[in-house]
Design a binder for this molecule. Structure first.
Ligand code: ADP
Length: 228
């Protein structure tokens, strides 16, 4: 599902964030991306949905070659990828329902189908009864569940989560992990950047460690491997 070959990324200011990345990720995998701050994790993740373009190397996502993908096709690529951020990024003046419905590709859908799909994903994240609330009326964990619902409403093949538990207390973080695991169980590939030693060492998955722009470790059911 994701193949990177010899990826280098140097930003305009001359900082080299990635230094020759080679990786293969299959459909249905759950992968943690770990490593110190500034190691290149965000750059690695942003390459996958084309928020960042590589300086050198090739990337295939969902059988599409991103190095030759025309800008006008980027929206189609992004339709197959859901993204969840540490700070939720919900629209504050809109309800939970609206936040999710806006993300739906509504072109040919009837209002009834939109409603059915939004309620379906709200049920999946355990928030059916909060559809009419606005983000401020929800706890951090609930807001993150809304942002996950929004990310999966179009049935993406890949869900990218950039430190999804970074702003949450430990108990809420476990809830979010259960939601992510249930989504993974439906066949969605999950790539999650995290600094949580507890999560990585408890819910065992593939671990890719990045340091100084290089993959220094790639282990099946790996460990977090850092003290913080
Ligand atoms: P991580 O997510 O592991 O903290 P990043 O990928 O954010 O690492 O950053 C890797 C390196 O690239 C850092 O030195 C960072 O300062 C630099 N960097 C990240 N984004 C940019 C940018 N847009 N412009 C210039 N340098 C950047």
């Amino acid at each position: 599902m994701i193949v990177m070959q010899d990826i280098y990324k140097t930003y305009a200011n001359g900082v080299t964030a990635l230094n020759g990345i080679n990786v293969n990720i299959d459909q249905g995998e759950f992968v943690y991306v770990v490593g110190p701050s500034g190691a290149g994790k965000s750059t690695f993740i942003k390459l996958i949905f084309q928020e960042v373009k590589p300086t050198k190397g090739s990337i295939m996502v969902n059988d599409k070659d991103l190095t030759t993908l025309k800008s006008k096709h980027i929206p189609f690529l992004r339709r197959d990828i859901g993204v969840v951020y540490q700070d939720f990024k919900l629209l504050p003046k809109f309800t939970v329902y609206e936040n999710i419905a806006f993300a739906l590709e509504v072109l040919e859908e009837s209002p009834r189908n939109i409603r059915r799909r939004v309620m379906e994903v709200l049920d999946q994240v355990g928030l059916k009864n909060k559809a009419r609330f606005i983000p401020d009326e929800l706890s951090g964990g609930e807001q993150q569940r809304v942002s996950i619902a929004r990310a999966i409403v179009n049935h993406p093949k890949l869900l990218i989560a950039d430190e999804p538990t970074g702003n949450l207390d430990p108990e809420t973080s476990w809830e979010i992990m259960r939601v992510l695991e249930s989504i993974n169980a439906t066949g969605t590939t999950i790539l999650m950047a995290t600094h949580s030693k507890e999560i990585v060492n408890t819910i065992k998955k593939r671990v890719i460690a990045i340091e100084d722009g290089l993959i220094v470790r790639d282990e099946h059911r790996g460990e977090y491997g850092y003290e913080i």
